[in-house]
Design a protein around this ligand. Structure first.
Ligand code: ADP
Ligand code: MG
Length: 401
């Protein structure tokens, strides 16, 4: 049996372990945390950081059973993915440029500016005070973010110059390399975009309409698919992604992007990663279009052909479940009743009574998620309201000292 090396074992990677096993591969989980959920479902475990390419190489170099390497939902592991596939002679689908543009947002922005595509004003720096002073020259509102983090960590929307120093400090604390970016905000509809690339072009694209948490945060609290955007807007997005693939020299595999569509229908690329997306986007894409991007990503990793047979889109939505107030989680009730509601395709509870809970301010505050399906957007909304009425996270807000 051939083995697939999976870089990262966080909950976003679970579907990759499951699908690789269904496709007949042994899975080797690489994660520095033995408690990461993917470790329990993998066939083997390497307790190493996904950034420790040399260590992973030493552990695997003598094996003759490796089919490929994959880094689900994680930009941070992409340099390791590139190094391992090259050194081990496994199917390589990443270019150096594609990796750099995924990991470091300043690299992507610089490339897009040179091309004159999706270009808007932005600055970068390492000193929060200095960057806050330069940010006064930009048009507010601004988005302040780490140059190289993900999952909305350290990303803050600033309405006025007074908010920028604290936001820049928060971004710096979350940045792996200490780099801070300040960008002018593009106003419009926030979208996610999950693509499969073959021959340097989009062969499949699924867009979601994202709901964001209230300002100053920019966390995604829901994804709805299809977007309801006019077909010509989705065609413009596809043209943009094709150009970007050319720019990156990216030939084959998964590609996840964040876009903002202006009221005039022009797409702006905010960021990308040459990997599958998280936040249940794989489930949504499978239910909505009948194409599983995780399966396609595994096929790319092992060098097999894609099998893409999309059907007509079926409305589906992913929603974060989180506590309404901070405190110790006493109980989670109504789970089975909520699961049985019409329109509930999947309900995952990550929360354990006794843990600390708080309103959604970080991806790690997620207590679970629900996937809803229906014949129309109205049916999805009705299902969402029914879940909210049925499911209860009870929190004890009085902490005893
Ligand atoms: N310049 C911008 N204009 C409008 N929205 C933005 C901008 N930058 C970021 N955002 C919003 O914030 C979200 C998080 O920022 P992003 O750069 O994607 O960071 P992360 O890598 O943490 O996801 C984006 O998906 C988008 O919704
Ligand atoms: Mg993002």
């Amino acid at each position: 049996m051939k083995a697939l090396v999976v870089l990262g074992a966080a909950d976003g990677a679970l579907s990759t372990y499951r699908i690789a096993a269904e496709m007949g591969y042994r899975t080797i989980a690489v994660d520095r945390s033995a408690a990461a959920p993917g470790v329990a479902v993998a066939d083997e475990y390497l307790p190493l950081s996904t950034r420790d390419a040399d260590g992973i190489l030493r552990a695997l170099a003598s094996r003759g059973d490796l089919a490929g390497v994959i880094a689900p939902c994680s930009d941070i592991a992409l340099p390791t993915l590139l190094q391992l596939t090259r050194a081990l002679g496994l199917p390589v689908h990443l270019s150096e440029t594609a990796v750099r543009a995924s990991v470091d947002k300043t690299v992507l922005r610089g490339m897009l500016d040179r091309l004159g595509v999706s270009s808007y004003r932005w600055i970068e720096g390492h000193d929060p005070r200095e960057i806050a002073s330069r940010a006064r020259g930009l048009r507010f509102p601004l988005v302040v973010k780490p140059a190289d983090a993900q999952g909305g960590r350290g990303v803050t929307r600033c309405e006025s110059p007074e908010q920028v120093p604290a936001a820049a400090q928060a971004a710096k604390e979350r940045a792996y390399g200490g780099g801070i970016m300040v960008e002018e905000e593009i106003r419009g509809t926030h979208c996610g975009c999950e693509c499969i690339i073959e021959g340097g072009r989009v062969v499949f694209m699924a867009m979601t309409r994202r709901t964001l948490s209230p300002p100053p945060l920019t966390l995604t609290t829901a994804h709805a698919m299809p977007t309801g955007l006019p077909p010509k807007v989705e065609r413009a997005c596809r043209r943009l992604v094709n150009r970007v693939c050319g720019l990156l020299g990216y030939r084959r595999g998964p590609l996840n992007l964040d876009l903002v569509i202006t009221p005039g229908g022009e797409p702006y690329l905010i960021e990308l990663g040459v990997r599958t997306g998280g936040n249940g986007i794989d489930d949504l894409t499978r239910i909505c279009h009948g194409v599983d991007p995780v399966r396609a990503a595994v096929r790319a990793a092992v060098g097999e052909p894609f099998e893409l047979r999309p059907h007509e889109p079926r409305p589906v939505m992913w929603q974060v479940l989180a506590a309404e107030q901070a405190g110790r989680l006493v109980s989670v009730s109504g789970v089975e009743r909520a699961r049985a509601l019409p329109g509930v395709a999947e309900l995952v509870i990550l929360a354990r009574p006794g843990q600390q809970a708080r309103p959604y301010g970080e991806v790690s505050d997620k207590l679970g998620w629900v996937v809803l399906r229906g014949d129309s957007v109205a049916a999805l909304d009705a299902a969402s309201e029914a879940v909210a009425r049925t499911l209860r996270f009870t929190v004890a807000s009085h902490v005893l000292h």
